[in-house]
Design a binder for this molecule. Structure first.
Ligand SMILES: [Zn+2]
Ligand SMILES: [Zn+2]
Length: 636
């Protein structure tokens, strides 16, 4: 009788687990002491994780050679290892019920591997917070098991948390060349040199980290060099799609390695962790080369005008198409925006972006060219306030003044939440007289994520026993489940997990077994975790109700008021129309100070506290607002 995945079973399992272990930390201890006799696996760990980086590369190279000689190494090792009854735990520390900060932990016996470490952009309610990253607390408790960080591709929601992770954990990183290049430039920005931790892996290669064999499999996505992972573990093979789509006519790269995926499928896959971003959309995602034909039409419409195209700086395939069209139409290309300039440089260095000598010109020289001879590629496709396109729209860009001689293409779909900002930028650009082409007008963007047909193909190739939707809001995970069920996967074999939940595979069966510390960590500037709930509450209050200072000087000793009370308010009320209210504040403060004087109590803290509380009551009564009140009492 399979004890899996209907609600009762899960609760039972949870209960028994909890009885045995107070936390998954203990569970980890337990598995360490239990029948862990895989000497060979341990030896491998020592070779690949604790050696120097040169050794690691050697190991990887050897593996690659071995892979070429025997086409199905993963299968062999799987059959060898599947006899082990070491359970496998998969824990998402981010990326479920959200799009952003993807991070998944695979733990088996004495070994743990992290897949991706991303960041999320803050919601509107996180005032002044720059970045949101996963909570790494749990990693501290399994520190000795961590064998490395494997990264599927170079998007921020997969690499953005790495600088913060490396501040706490010294881990080797395994990724494809472009991904390593992008992580490297990210580390440089923070001033940390992490290059000794970098291990470049090509798709088709297999790396060995502890008891895990991990093969990088080529997939298509909106950034080159994206990989799915086939993770062979003692408990079975797990396929993690990473972010993927299947593009039969990709730009300057090959179609996803469907053959390799189906080989794994043939040999048995325990679970498929599958990208859910576009799971609500039927059909297929648009091919990247389709965007090319839209560009072709738009370039002819833009005759006589300067073309300005905003897109994601990481979408190297898109940049290549734009550069090709520019060259075909005899136009020069200039690049605006720091991340765009960075990425163009990295991609060109690594050979992912090709252009003729003389095509690229410096931003500073754009004004010496006629409009019809130029294409400007810029950041700002999401309406980001400080981006180059927003500065152009506001008339604040150093080199570009928008006029009716400009033909602007926004080649990206607004990420949910950014629609208003994008609309604002479009409106401003239109007011300046330019043409603006955006999302709904042309197919100027192709999503990088699989729609239902591609997900169906993935499922039919991989034929997993368990389907584990990841990378999506709850509604996306649910939609992805429906697709899997329509393909014949029983609903009880679909794993709908949550951040911090431990999914455990043992003897070919899956179930939940407790939770670990997890959540989000807010980063303000470079400080990690220094923005707590209290700080956010204060910022919220300041932004909605403003600030009131009450300043007065009292004579040291007598307690007599010698200056003030002076009232200064910011963002609270319009002072000129509120003379009466300001008087009320002054009068009430004077009363309070007098009462202190007559009772001969001058303890400043106490006085300030009372003034704050009393004025708070008064202002709420009169205005229904709760500004932050700061009484300042000076001894004179
Ligand atoms: Zn991505
Ligand atoms: Zn992603």
């Amino acid at each position: 009788m399979p004890k899996i995945y209907d609600k009762i079973d899960l609760t039972e399992k949870n209960k028994t687990k909890r009885k045995k272990n107070t936390s998954a930390n203990n569970a980890a201890k337990k598995s360490r002491t239990s029948k862990n006799t895989k000497k060979t696996a341990e030896k491998k760990t020592a070779a690949s994780a604790s050696g120097s980086s040169a050794k690691k590369t050697d190991t990887a190279k050897k593996t690659r050679k071995k892979d070429v000689a025997s086409p199905k190494p993963a299968t062999k090792s799987r059959q060898k290892k599947i006899s082990s009854d070491e359970p496998l735990q998969i824990i998402s520390l981010g990326g479920l019920e959200e799009i952003g900060k993807n991070m998944t932990l695979f733990i088996c016996g004495n070994d743990a591997v992290i897949v991706d470490c991303g960041m999320a952009f803050p919601d509107d309610d996180l005032l002044g917070v720059d970045t949101v990253i996963p909570d790494f607390t749990y990693l501290e408790s399994i520190k000795d098991k961590l064998r490395g960080l494997v990264v599927t591709h170079g998007h921020e929601d997969h690499i953005g948390g790495i600088p913060f992770l490396l501040q706490q954990f010294h881990l080797p990183i395994y990724a494809t060349p472009l991904t390593i290049g992008l992580i490297g430039s990210k580390m440089e920005e923070t001033g940390m040199n992490a290059s000794s931790l970098f291990n470049t892996v090509h798709t088709g290669d297999t790396i060995h980290l502890g008891c895990f064999d991990i093969e990088f499999i080529r997939v298509n996505h909106s950034i080159p060099d994206s990989a799915a992972l086939a993770i062979t573990t003692p408990a079975g093979v797990i396929i993690h799609t990473g972010d993927f789509k299947i593009d039969y006519t990709p730009v300057f790269e090959e179609t996803a390695d469907l053959g390799r995926l189906s080989e794994y499928g043939e040999n048995g896959v325990l679970a498929l962790l599958c990208d859910s971003t576009n799971a609500e959309n039927p059909g297929n995602s648009l091919s990247e080369s389709h965007v090319g034909s839209s560009f072709e039409a738009l370039f002819s419409r833009a005759e006589g005008k300067r073309v300005i195209i905003a897109t994601f700086s990481s979408n190297i395939q898109r940049l290549q198409q734009i550069i090709d069209f520019a060259e075909n139409h005899g136009r020069k290309v200039a690049v605006s925006g720091r991340s765009m300039q960075n990425n163009v440089e990295i991609a060109q260095e690594l050979g992912y972006l090709k252009f003729r000598d003389g095509t690229m010109i410096d931003m500073d020289s754009v004004n010496s060219y006629a409009p019809e001879d130029l294409v400007i590629i810029t950041t700002g496709s999401q309406g980001e306030p400080m981006s180059a396109l927003s500065r152009m729209a506001a008339g604040e860009h150093r080199q570009i003044k928008i006029t009716s001689k400009d033909f602007i293409i926004i080649s990206a779909t607004p990420i949910p939440g950014n629609e208003k900002a994008v609309t604002r930028v479009i409106n401003s650009l239109l007011k300046l007289g330019s043409d603006v082409i955006y999302e709904s007008m042309y197919e100027v963007h192709a999503s990088g994520h699989a729609c239902q047909n591609e997900i169906k193909l993935m499922i039919s190739l991989v034929r997993p026993k368990y389907f584990f939707p990841v990378h999506g809001e709850y509604k996306h995970l649910i939609a992805n489940r429906a697709t899997a069920v329509s393909m014949g996967i029983p609903e009880r074999n679909v794993i709908l997990s949550e951040i911090g939940k431990v999914v455990e595979f043992s003897h070919g069966k899956a179930g939940f077994s407790g939770t670990v510390d997890s959540g989000r960590v807010l980063v303000d500037g470079y400080g990690i975790g220094d923005v707590g709930a209290a700080v956010l509450r204060e910022r919220k209050r300041l932004s909605s109700d403003g600030l009131v200072f009450v300043v007065c000087g009292i004579e040291n000793g007598s307690g007599e008021i010698v200056s003030g009370p002076e009232v200064i308010s910011r963002g609270f009320v319009y002072v000129r129309d509120s003379e009466e209210l300001m008087n009320d504040i002054r009068n009430r403060t004077t009363e309070l100070l007098e009462s202190f004087r007559s009772s001969r109590r001058y303890r400043r803290g106490e006085m300030q506290e009372l003034i704050r509380a009393e004025l708070g009551r008064l202002l709420y009564q009169k205005t229904k607002k709760s500004p932050m009140i700061i009484p300042v009492i000076l001894d004179i």
